[in-house]
Design a protein around this ligand. Sequence first.
Ligand code: ASP
Ligand code: MG
Length: 413
Amino acid sequence: MSLIVQKFGGTSVGSIERIEQVAEKVAGFRADGHSIVVVVSAMSGETNRLIALAHEVQERPVAREMDVLISTGEQVTTALLSMALNKRGVKARSYNGSQVRILTDDAHTKARIREIDDARLHADLDQGYVIVVAGFQGVDENGNITTLGRGGSDTTAVALAAALKADECQIYTDVDGVYTTDPRVVDGARRLSHITFEEMLEMASMGSKVLQIRAVEFAGKYQVPLRVLHSVKDGPGTLITIEDDSKMETPTIAGIAFNRDEAKLTIEGVPDMPGVAYRILGPIGEANIEVDVIVQNVAHDKTTDFTFTVSRSELARAEEVLNKVASEINARKVTSDNKIAKVSVVGVGMRSHAGVASQMFAALAEEGINIQMITTSEIKISVIIEEKFLELAVRSLHSSFELEKEPLDENAA
Ligand code: ASP
Ligand code: MG
């Protein structure tokens, strides 16, 4: 019998009816003899409602008070779920973050977990209790309530699973797993039976809708097996885990990720000399603007065009910074384009398979899609293309890499 941490998100506990459904599910696992720790979010919409209330009172409330307020939603659902379990004859106890003692730093509204005291939890588990813990919250050294950032209940669940050395951390949500790509774009998108932590992080643009990225990082670091499952429909979901070297047939590509939130800036006619990249990107970094893809190439006239992408919401600010830089370093001009998008093929298998890039470029060429920029990592190849070709690109890559087909070894899982 195993120890399982199960996290239910806001939609899964969004009404009394849904809470009863969660209780049914948890009771079933208990009946099978598993030890269970449940982590719950606030009812869907509740955290937003609390934040809106705060802003009615004060435009920028002190972060400490914000945490006292927004941590309350989770306390409600822990108690209701415990009652629903008790009603079914299942012993259950609710705890908030400071009762467990989920110790965090004091960075209110974005605190990081430092340590979890598992003594109390173990004592309850030994006595057969289901433990219901409030997600998203902790307590600092001085007893102040802290919260972990939006979507932080996932991180609570993973951290508890790591501290308790749980056999699995299950994230129940409103999708039944992680897909090869967005099923709204590609009809044949397929649920993956498993994916590695690294791939999951690289799929962030899609994955983040399923799981808080920080939770995935945390799970990878502490090697907590993480499973994404549908909160109502039965099914095996997707297991996120470490790379399994024993598998003969790792599929080369796990999935196709994409991101529309990209804008491109080019500074033309930059004198080609040491230090210019720093003089361009230094001020961008100082302005707290995150840069994604960077391309630079030297022309025969000893100047370079320097191009990089930022998120669309930062474009105006980045352009302002860059115009200043351009005049300082005697560059010719600055141009920008926010009608671009990024498409990536992701897979740990590409480490050992040559030819992924050429297959990707061939598929795009066949559709007449022009590649504006290319960037690669060990397990990902990304291209920047015109936004209007995005869906076509995703579809053609999905079929070129035959992602709609079930890989043979996945039948076993
Ligand atoms: N209730 C919090 C939020 O809405 C935490 C969570 O749901 O994970 O961000
Ligand atoms: Mg949530």
